[in-house]
Write a protein that binds this ligand. Structure first.
Ligand SMILES: Cc1ncc(COP(=O)(O)O)c(C=O)c1O
Length: 376
């Protein structure tokens, strides 16, 4: 465990992001995706706060294990949990968890649907159906809608509890990208088929962060934000001006300078002996890939005390070198705090863009060696 490197999570900023979300989507219920340890922010504290303080009543996990953890660690939580991808419906153990812990499996293929409908214990259990409208990953093909409707009716059901689909390209414009327009149309047609056949749709949802940021999918009862709740935009740089999102990064990542020295252009730095790109000073910071500070961050620019530095040479397991051109080592004191990202989404997105990765991955990379500290 690190002592002076930490990921600070400011839950009051989660609250302010939720407030901003409600401004974009005042009439939608929120199914907050907290899978993958709430995108690396700690699933239990994030869910507990979101439920008890913000009043969010529905949460999305990827696996049954995640869902079970939420139930066990927040036993007083009166919220719904959905399992989206690793459903394992046909395992007896999984069925028991769904039934005993009130966890809703998102049914995304026909064999799971058949099993669900044929299993007596699920008779009065909410049916949540995910359709494929063009993502081509999980989801029952929308061309099978009639067959599915037939099966559901034969099973004596007159209601789908939650009907949903998922965009493949929500980081692109929702109002002009062909794929997005097509998926919106296909979902609309799908819903109509259910309604025309007399099946009631209690809840519907289509939009994740990228779509919500653009105000799309708000005519459904629900939205399913994940990333935006933690601050960043999902839109690719070219289209960011289309985003209505002004989220604050709820986390900051801080470390400490553990060494500093002046350096001349061409001097080899660290493993691989990368030549230093200029004359200046180096700060060695206490974060490496063992902390989730990826080798991909080589070359990324970071600000420290108003000075622009750049990660130079290879990122090591336990540390990384930050080079400051034309600066002196005396400006980089051993023991000084070094902030990798603060609560500005823009600064954080710069790291993601420069390392050609996505915010999801940067958050999730942070390992357990870096303590998470919560602030309200
Ligand atoms: C089905 C589904 N809905 C919503 C989300 C949330 O996505 P985002 O984090 O982009 O908001 C995800 C995440 O991958 C998902 O798989």
């Amino acid at each position: 465990m690190r002592m002076r490197s930490q990921m600070e999570i400011d839950l009051s900023l989660l609250a302010s992001n939720y407030e901003s979300l409600k401004k974009i989507a005042p009439n939608n219920e929120v199914l907050f995706m907290v899978k993958a340890d709430a995108y690396g922010h700690g699933m239990v504290p994030v869910t507990r706060f979101s439920h008890h303080e913000l009043g969010i009543k529905e949460f999305g996990c990827a696996s049954i294990g995640e869902a079970l953890r939420l139930r066990e660690e927040i036993p007083d939580g009166e919220f719904e949990i959905y399992v989206f991808s690793d459903v394992q419906l046909m395992l007896k153990q999984a069925t028991e968890i769904y039934l005993n812990y009130r966890v809703i499996p998102v049914i995304s293929n026909e064999s799971n649907l058949d099993y669900f409908l044929e299993t007596e214990e699920f008779k009065n259990f909410p049916l949540c159906l995910k359709f494929n409208t063009g993502m081509n990953r999980l989801g029952i093909d929308d061309s099978k809608a009639e067959e599915v409707i037939d099966k559901i009716k034969r099973n004596g059901r007159r209601e789908v509890y939650h009907l949903l689909s998922h965009f493949s390209s929500a980081s692109l414009p929702m109002d002009s990208n062909k794929k997005n327009l097509d998926q919106k149309k296909r979902f609309k047609e799908l819903k109509q088929k259910f309604i025309d056949s007399g099946i009631e749709l209690k809840k519907t949802s289509l939009s994740n962060s990228g779509a919500i940021e653009q105000g799309a999918g708000l005519d459904e009862t629900h939205i399913r934000p994940g990333l935006m709740m933690f601050g960043p935009t999902s839109l690719i740089p070219k289209y960011r001006e289309k985003s209505k999102w002004d989220g604050k990064l709820i986390s900051s990542l801080e470390t400490v300078i553990i060494n500093s020295f002046d350096i001349q252009k061409g001097t080899p730095i660290g493993y691989g002996a990368t030549p230093c790109p200029g004359n200046g000073a180096i700060a060695i910071i206490a974060l490496g890939y063992g902390d989730g500070f990826s080798t991909r961050y080589q070359g990324v620019k970071l600000l420290h005390d108003g000075m622009e530095g750049q990660i130079a040479g290879r990122v090591n397991m336990d540390m990384a070198q930050v080079f400051f051109e034309k600066q002196k080592a005396e400006q980089l004191n051993i023991g000084d705090k070094f902030v990798v990202w603060d609560h500005s989404s823009e600064n954080f997105m710069r790291i993601c863009d420069q390392s050609r990765t996505i915010p999801y991955e940067v958050f999730i990379h942070v390992t357990q060696r870096v303590p998470k500290v919560y602030k309200i």
